[in-house]
Design a protein around this ligand. Structure first.
Ligand code: TRP
Ligand code: SF4
Length: 326
């Protein structure tokens, strides 16, 4: 028996190396299971409602990035959240039984309010973000949910909502999901902070080889190496962190030569950029191919929607019955 897996990505723009090494690599490993991968456009709207972002265009961009990462649409089900209407209905239903206190206490919610000060997120929709996510997961009775660490509070809330439902209605409908944490913990951006669109420090999956090389040249390194002859500390250097990922066979040499000032940062970056481009070459090739196949992508998403909807519909019917609405 294969495991039911569900995960989603918010389409707020093209995906970067952090997504590729974390999220997408995890998806790829799980595609042979009974796996559903969703492009969470409703979730994108919770933070983008004011900015008039072309969410539909971003959905397509994320889909191309999914396929570029090597995800095989014949092995897993890929769909757009808002195209399966059951997500919105289930979210409304679960919102009836979710205590406000649970949402207000959610650490991810509090962090985001603080971090995204430029946006007015004091909305019903944003507070209810985890309820919508619970609906996504519970509709499919997903056993495993591949996510980053920041999503753990949302998964805990999903389990709590499921338990509360079972307790209230005396029917065991839902499965309590477990997280599968991404292996590569934290991909540093060009400035050494976590790679993130809002920090403007990303290497994107769709960047050309020239762009990647140019960006790597601008990366910060160990600030202690002011002069070429200064000894370095690779463990604080984001260039080194990327060496570990794309140049694992040479990391020891890189670290040794950095510590003993036998290598300069310029050559060190060049070596990393070459390896990174080698690593990205097949991804880039698939990206180009799929960019020219928009009609095929529409067909894949239609099939995904229909397949997902069958599962979602059945669970929603069960749930509506349990609460006495059917
Ligand atoms: N909140 C998730 C994130 O920001 C995206 C998401 C939406 C999701 N629905 C989901 C992840 C369901 C896992 C399962 O990364
Ligand atoms: Fe970083 Fe390489 Fe410079 Fe060392 S030599 S500080 S690892 S870029």
């Amino acid at each position: 028996m294969s495991t039911r897996v569900l995960s989603g990505t918010r389409p707020t723009g093209k995906l970067h190396l952090g997504h590729l090494l974390g999220t997408l690599e995890n998806y790829k490993k799980l595609e042979g299971q009974d796996a559903y991968f969703m492009i969470a456009d409703w979730h994108a709207l919770t933070t983008e409602y004011e900015s008039h972002t072309e969410i539909a265009a971003n959905v397509l961009a994320v889909m191309i990035d999914y396929l570029a990462s090597g995800l095989d649409p014949t092995k897993c089900t890929i769909f757009v959240q808002s195209e399966v209407h059951e997500h919105a209905e289930m979210a409304l239903l679960l919102s009836m039984i979710t205590p406000l206190g649970w949402l207000e206490r959610n650490p991810t919610y509090k962090d985001q309010l603080k971090e995204l000060q430029n946006k007015d997120l004091h909305t019903h929709g944003f507070l209810g973000y985890p309820v919508l996510q619970a609906a996504d997961i519970l509709l499919y009775k997903a056993e495993k949910v591949p996510v980053g660490e920041d999503q753990l509070p949302h998964l805990e809330l999903t389990r709590e909502i499921a338990r509360r439902f079972h307790h209230l209605y005396g029917k065991e409908i839902f499965t309590e999901p477990e997280a599968i944490l991404t292996q590569i913990p934290r991909v540093p951006g060009l400035d050494g902070r976590k790679m993130s669109k809002s920090y403007n420090n990303c290497i994107y999956i769709s960047d050309s080889a020239e762009e990647v090389t140019k960006k790597v040249k601008t990366m910060v390194t160990d600030p202690a190496r002011k002069r070429r002859e200064d000894k370095g500390h690779p463990e604080v250097c984001p260039v080194y962190a990327l060496h570990k990922i794309v140049n694992p066979e040479n990391v020891e040499t890189v670290a040794f030569e950095c510590r003993t000032a036998q290598r300069g940062c310029v050559e060190c970056k060049m070596e990393m950029a070459i390896k990174l481009n080698e690593f990205l070459a097949p991804v880039r090739k698939r990206h180009e191919e799929w960019s020219g196949r928009k009609d095929d992508i529409r067909v894949i998403l239609d099939l995904g929607r229909d397949k997902a909807q069958k599962v979602a519909r059945a669970t929603l019917d069960e749930t509506m019955k349990a609460v006495g609405m059917r």
